[in-house]
Design a protein around this ligand. Structure first.
Ligand code: ATP
Ligand code: MG
Length: 395
């Protein structure tokens, strides 16, 4: 248990409220009740840093309705002053996706719309009080995003997770709200779906997440979409963010199947992801759509270093475009190729990983190399001879 407010009661969080009007202040007070030690009045954006320095609060709630740019500018300054353990909460009267993304990028952990998200705010403040600072060890989020439909996004997301699962706790979160079929790929029946989690978002914690996932024989956990299309929920960015954040607290790797659409779910996932694996196939339509995705990621202001370009179904004898063509057209390197592998179809039909079908196949070997894209290990260059001597001497 942690309380940085020596003068206050140990079970109530110390909170500073920044840049909100009297009405919003009233809503916060009503929502938090005895959960928090609240100031009598909010502080201005200008005075926020001084207040943080003086009070060393557990939580800072910053209003986004007054001056969103100031609210965004403040976050890294507060984190720098108070350290990463402080909980930054963005408060807004509307769930505008651009605003949510700007807040998340700046370092806000929660984006709360009052009064609708009253329970979320209570929970965020409660967590701040009892947090053991574990967010610092939050898992890595890997967003797997297809340049277009059918390029192999789900196949690669599940099989990459299968490479990580022998040594790490891994959850695949199906964020393809249109066609998501991760559970079907692994032949799993879900106890609960992501739609159920959305409907009970106020109660989302590690326990609820653990009770919602299905577990594959390879130890991959899956939070999937409902099989029944009618039960699917809208991909709201703020809810996606909460689910991904909760998953990152429970797992060492969260692999998000973002499908190939550009909706609030995929955009939220790539915004918070540590690694974005952009999947393409070596043909003109797919590479064209990859280019558009890269432009979009650039416009969002995300660092290029987070992006990895994966050319799937690679077969140099039949590919419409060579790797050089692709690299020239996209003005960036291809990070890895995954061979076109006949075993893929069989693996999907059986609910298995490719590796379980044929461990020595070219595709399975390439997927094994993909691990390096997220762990930072050097990826073996298959064009170099990998004989006994070169392996021994690392040449
Ligand atoms: N490396 C590969 N070698 C051979 N076939 C592959 C490979 N990767 C994917 N496929 C095949 O491509 C098909 C589509 O794969 P998958 O469903 O993973 O794509 P997707 O991009 O997720 O599609 P969707 O847009 O429907 O979500 C599958 O039938 C799968 O067998
Ligand atoms: Mg898919």
């Amino acid at each position: 248990m942690r309380s940085q407010n020596p003068s206050g009661p140990s079970n109530a969080a110390s909170v500073i409220v920044v840049g909100v009007d009297a009405r919003a202040m009233g809503q916060i007070r009503e929502t938090l009740g005895t959960e928090a030690v609240l100031p009598t009045t909010p502080v201005s954006y200008d005075d926020a840093l001084t207040a943080v320095r003086r009070q060393r609060p557990d939580v800072v709630i910053t209003g986004f309705d007054g001056d969103p740019e100031e609210a965004v500018r403040l976050a890294p300054l507060i984190l720098n002053e108070a350290g990463a353990k402080i909980h930054l909460v963005a408060l807004s009267s509307g769930a505008d996706p651009d605003r949510i993304r700007a807040a998340m990028r700046a370092g806000y952990r929660e984006f709360v719309v009052l009064p609708a998200d009253a329970e979320l705010l209570r929970q965020a403040v409660h967590e701040a009080t009892f947090s053991d600072g574990r967010d610092e060890d939050a898992g890595e989020v890997v967003a797997v995003w297809g340049s277009k439909g059918g390029v192999g996004t789900t196949f690669l997301a599940t099989n990459l997770a299968g490479e990580l699962s022998p040594v790490h706790r891994v959850c695949v979160v199906d964020l393809d709200f249109a066609m998501g079929d991760v559970a079907a790929f692994l032949d799993l029946t879900l106890p609960q779906s992501i739609a159920d989690v959305f409907r009970n978002i106020g109660r989302l914690d590690e326990r609820m997440l653990a009770g919602s996932v299905a577990v594959h024989g390879s130890k991959i956990h899956v939070l999937g979409q409902p099989v029944d299309l009618e039960q699917r929920e809208e991909p709201r960015g703020d809810l996606v963010m909460r689910v991904v954040t909760a998953a990152a607290r429970s797992y060492q790797y969260v692999v998000a199947d973002c499908g190939s659409t550009l909706d609030e779910a995929s955009v939220t996932a790539i915004t918070v992801a540590d690694h974005i694996l952009l999947i393409t196939t070596p043909d003109i339509p797919s590479v064209k759509d990859t280019w558009r995705r890269l432009q979009f990621i650039d416009k969002l202001g995300l660092e290029k270093e987070r992006i990895r370009l994966v050319v799937n179904r690679w077969d140099k004898r039949t590919a419409q475009l060579s790797l050089d063509d692709i690299q020239q057209n996209l003005s960036r390197k291809v990070d890895i190729t995954v061979a076109d592998d006949r075993g893929a179809l069989k693996a999907i039909a059986e609910g298995s990983l490719l590796r379980e079908i044929d461990r020595k196949s070219e595709g399975a070997r390439d997927i094994g190399r993909m691990v390096g894209l997220v762990t930072g290990e050097e990826i073996a260059d298959e064009s170099k001879p990998q004989g006994f001597m070169s392996r021994l001497f690392g040449r």
